[in-house]
Structure formats: structure tokens, C-alpha cells
Ligand binder design. Sequence first.
Ligand SMILES: Cc1cc2nc3c(=O)[nH]c(=O)nc-3n(C[C@H](O)[C@H](O)[C@H](O)COP(=O)(O)O)c2cc1C
Length: 361
Amino acid sequence: MPSNLFTPIQVGNCHLLNRIVFAPLTRCRNVKTVPSDLQVTHYAQRGQDPGTLLISEATMISEKSGGYLGHENLPGIWSSEQTEGWRKVVQAVHDAKSFMFIQLWDLGRASDPETIKALGYDRVSASDHYTEDGKNFVRGLEVKEIKERVDFYVQAAQNAIQAGADGVEIHAANGYLPDQFLRWNTNTRNDEYGGSVEKRARFVFEIVAAVVAQVGQKKTSIRLSPWTRFGDMAVDEHKSREQFEYVVTQLQTQYPDLAYIHVIEGRTDGHQDLEVPQWMNNDWIQNIWKGPIIRAGGYTPESAVAEAQTNDRTLVAFGRMFTSNPDLVDRVRHGKALTKYDRSTFYTQTGEGYVDWKNAD
Ligand SMILES: Cc1cc2nc3c(=O)[nH]c(=O)nc-3n(C[C@H](O)[C@H](O)[C@H](O)COP(=O)(O)O)c2cc1C
């Protein structure tokens, strides 16, 4: 029986020829927040199998939204120069006949305290609190600032589409700002943005509504990580399930034509593998969400084939293994061995370990 992984599927406006997705991967090869020629080569290599979906590395929607360590080597999409940089990357992916979504990123409290201060901004989150064992203060956003953040998403989405991208992915996973609003440990507000499951989800839905109004449902998608503790996010079998079930249910009710929902399995925590209990699974999502669903985190060629057989709308994203196998799709298709990745070059700034991985013979 042919595997679903190699059966075409429509995702948003993209007619994909396979269901293996290039996962968003921060790789720090930008120059002054502008995508570089190295990235043009890197993404084109990974889009070499026609009809493959690539999701960009997390891309800052404003300067205020950044402030990670190594800020300058991470991409933005608020200026015309950055948009121009992305246009070259997207063009190269399109030349390879593949597709690209740009991941929209607001770090919130995940910013580095010194870096965000040097940029001239406060370190912010859903609510006032201290992090790093009480050493660093994080300020809760005022309502007018929340509206400003939503406007940043809209401008970034518009720029991404102007750069030629096939869509945008709202990064609401891995402990960044939208995720900080969803979790009860970082969101202790008691106004309309906190205090209940519905109110904690309000920021996410304001972003989705505004981005959809700008670019349409078919060019909008979202990434969620219900079970991820990365960034010190609170996780609880029942509370997390209730929170994320609400989000997915509302997405299905209000935005059934989103390009896709992308979920990270609990067994990977941002960058590494973990042992997790059985209740930390995302299988329930496909019973609520009826559109395309991308599953990511710790998949092997064998488990990806099995996952894709569970229904006719599951795609599987690969992260680490795509770094070291530019022809990953073809290797999985033909059962060829995969080359192990090299963690030491994940976040360096040169082409080594980035554009020099070879296709299989
Ligand atoms: C080097 C590296 C960078 C990452 N950067 C991002 C990112 O920018 N955005 C994001 O949503 N996830 C990011 N992730 C998580 C991956 O998208 C993916 O969920 C994770 O690697 C698990 O998939 P894998 O087991 O196939 O590697 C990153 C992971 C790694 C290893």
C-alpha cells in the first residue's frame, strides 16, 4: 500500500506533493536581522523535492518583539530590507517548486534581560512577575500595548505576503508571548485577557482574527505546543488539556479554513527528546480539528509513515534530521539511511554545518 506521506494534499493555496514538512528552525545565519545568501541556499536545498512545504525559522515581528541572545543573527520582518531578504529566500524555494510559510515570532519574556534592555525596551509578558530565581522583573503588557502587538503581527503578515510567502504561521508554541498568555503561571491577569480559559486565549484569537483579516484564512496557520515546558511553561494533565481543547475547538468553529494547525508532541522539549507520560499526546486534536494538521517532534521515517496513515490530512514535520539531510524527502521515500545531525553547528554563523550537507548517492 502506498504511504499517505507521498500522497498529494492541498494546504491553504498550496498543492503539496508530499506530507513531509520542514519544521521551523532558528539557525542564526542572518546579518543584522536580515536573511542572508546562506539562507537562500539552505532553504532552496531543503525545498529540492518539488511540492514540499517549508516553514521558516521564527521571525521577529518588531524590534520590541525580539531581544534574544544573538538578536542580530535572528531574522525580522518589520522593515523593507528584511522583507527584501525574505523575498530572495522565498523566490529560491519557489524556483525549486516548493512552498514557504513564514513563522511570526514575539518573544515576550523569553528575551534576554540585557539584550532587550540594550535595545531600549522592557522585558514583557502577560503579567508582572520575576524570573531567573527572582532576579529579573518582567512587566505585564498594558491593554494598549497588547493592541500594538496585534498590529505588529498584521504588518509582519502583510510583509511576508509581499515577500511572496505562501502564508504565515503564528508561533503560539514553545513559551513565547502568545503561549505566555495561554498559561496560568505566566498569565495571572484578571482583566479581559486573563482569569479563565476563554480570557487567556483572547490574545491568541485577537492575533488570528487580525492576521486573517489581512491575508485570509488560507494563508494563516498556527503552531501550538500543549505539553511543552520549554521556557518554564506550566503543564498539567487536565488544565492544559482544557486550555488547548478550547483553543482548537474555537479555531475549528471560527476559522475552519486556516491552512493548518501545527502541533509539537510532548516528547520533544524545544530542542531535545524527553520521556513523557501517555497523557501528553496530541491524538485528540484530529478529532476536533478537521483541516490539515502538522505533527512535529521526535518523528522517524517509520513513525512518520505510521502517523500519516491515521487519517488523510496529517503531515509530519522534521526538524533536526532536516538540518543534516537536505534531500530528506527523497531519502524517506526510498528508505535510504539518514545522516545524523551536528548540534554544535545549530546556532553558529557560517555555512559549515548549514549548507554543506550532501544529498545521498
Ligand atoms: C536548532 C533548532 C531550532 C529551532 N527553532 C525553532 C523555531 O524557530 N521555531 C519553532 O517553532 N520551533 C523551533 N524548534 C523546534 C523544531 O521546530 C521541532 O519542533 C523540534 O526540533 C522537534 O522536531 P524534531 O524531533 O524533528 O527535531 C527548533 C529546534 C531546533 C533543534
